[in-house]
Design a protein around this ligand. Structure first.
Ligand code: ADP
Ligand code: MG
Length: 390
């Protein structure tokens, strides 16, 4: 039995509401309009306990698009259908905003019933594969690199972009570079909440509020950026960060964490929680040695639960260190190489993921390979841990 909300006061919807398809529970909801505050609309939509939302022909097109884009990331289990003229322009926008089907009002209710039947079939398939495939907790991927400027944020935002389309609404990026995080800027996002506004507040314990505190990016990723001031950052307790990560793993399939330089409590929490660690270095002796010391340190305290992937970034043929030299200094194998490409800083300055503008650019293959390796990830067994810098 699926529950369907028909958001409309248009009388053409009356016949459908009065004679609902078999095995459905249909109810009518008052129309939403662009006059309402956007936050009121979204919090009301988020609270609807339904499987499908049908937007009637009286709902403004922009409101339909905005609402389904919001639902796609905050309530991905809810399907949206728009009853409106399927112009080419609207169809193109509808797809990218997560509208699952567009039904012409002139076609009567037959087409709407058929659209619902197809959604029902798709939902049944989705839920059976999810029940098999979904691990109880999401995978935590932590991007690590104790030197500043080696490319952690670049890796985090582009990987988020590469992975989000595979799991729209089920990937969250958390910026734990508490004093200098620039994930939101790199993605050109305006954000309301950040790590400091949720950690230590009741928001973390309430999945709906926590989800509403995240900002959605066009790629399908949700983002929780770094605090906006050092005072806010300083007030964050390490236990709060651990609890935040823990809660997010209950809500999302992938929790992707960007970290800051050096070793902070937040970085330690992110490494401790990680199933996958992406260790980033550039081909410079100082940076490689620093990374080596940190990886040795994490090994020494028993943080070996995660699979580790070493990324050599900004590789340049003119560099005096070859890949083999880097491996020798690091005493570890390099798993992925990203070439130096001046379009990467240009993309970050423009506030967009490089892969968005250049899906076939120099680093695209490496990110695609990383995305495949990480999506196939299994959660390794727990290890015993001792403390770390405490
Ligand atoms: N492969 C690359 N080629 C050229 N520039 C890069 C590359 N990777 C990162 N950068 C640039 O280097 C600078 C530092 O990268 P960033 O990702 O912010 O490092 P971190 O987060 O480790 O401090 C940024 O300007 C970024 O655009
Ligand atoms: Mg950074």
């Amino acid at each position: 039995m699926s529950t369907i909300a028909v958001i409309s006061s248009d009388r053409t919807m009356t016949g459908f509401v009065d004679k609902p398809p078999a095995d459905t529970n249909v109810r009518r909801e008052d129309p939403i309009t662009s006059d309402m505050a956007a936050e009121d609309r979204t919090s009301w939509l988020a609270s609807l306990s339904v499987d499908v939302i049908v937007f009637g022909p009286d709902i403004e097109v922009d409101v339909v698009l905005e609402s389904s884009a919001f639902l796609r990331t905050s309530r991905p289990e809810v399907d949206c259908i728009a009853v409106c003229e399927p112009t080419t322009d609207f169809l193109a926008k509808a797809m990218s905003h997560g509208v699952r089907d567009v039904v012409s009002p002139s076609k009567g209710h037959k087409e709407l019933r058929e659209a619902l039947r197809l959604l029902d079939e798709a939902a049944a398939i989705r839920s059976s594969t999810r029940a098999e495939a979904r691990p109880e907790r999401g995978t935590v991927i932590t991007v690590l690199g104790p030197k500043g400027g080696v490319g952690k944020t670049t890796v985090a935002v582009n990987l988020a972009y590469a992975l989000a389309s595979q799991v729209p609404g089920e990937l969250v990026v958390v910026d734990l570079d508490l004093t200098g995080g620039d994930v939101a800027d790199s993605l050109g996002m305006e954000v309301a909440s950040n790590v400091s506004t949720v950690v230590g507040s009741g928001v973390v314990d309430d999945p709906t509020s926590l989800k509403l505190s995240l900002t959605s990016h066009g790629s399908g990723a949700l983002v929780l950026p770094a605090p906006t001031s050092l005072v806010e950052a300083a007030a964050i307790e390490p236990e709060g960060v651990q609890h935040l990560i823990d809660q997010l793993t209950r809500m999302f399939r992938i929790v992707l964490i960007d970290t800051g330089p050096g070793t902070s409590d937040a970085t330690v929490a992110a490494v401790r929680a990680a199933n996958e660690v992406l260790a980033v270095t550039t081909p410079e002796v100082g940076g490689i040695r620093t990374l080596e010391r940190h990886l040795d340190g994490y090994d020494a305290v028993g943080f070996q639960r995660a699979r580790r992937h070493v990324i050599l970034n900004k590789e340049d043929r003119r560099s005096s260190l070859t890949r083999e030299d880097v491996e020798a200094v690091l005493r570890r194998r390099i798993d992925y190489v990203l070439p130096y490409d001046r379009n990467l800083p240009a993309a970050a300055n423009e506030g967009s993921a490089y892969l968005e503008a250049r899906p076939r650019g120099s680093v695209a293959t490496t990110f695609a390979a990383l995305a495949v390796a990480l999506r196939g990830a299994r959660v390794p067994a727990q290890s015993t841990e001792r403390g770390w810098f405490r």
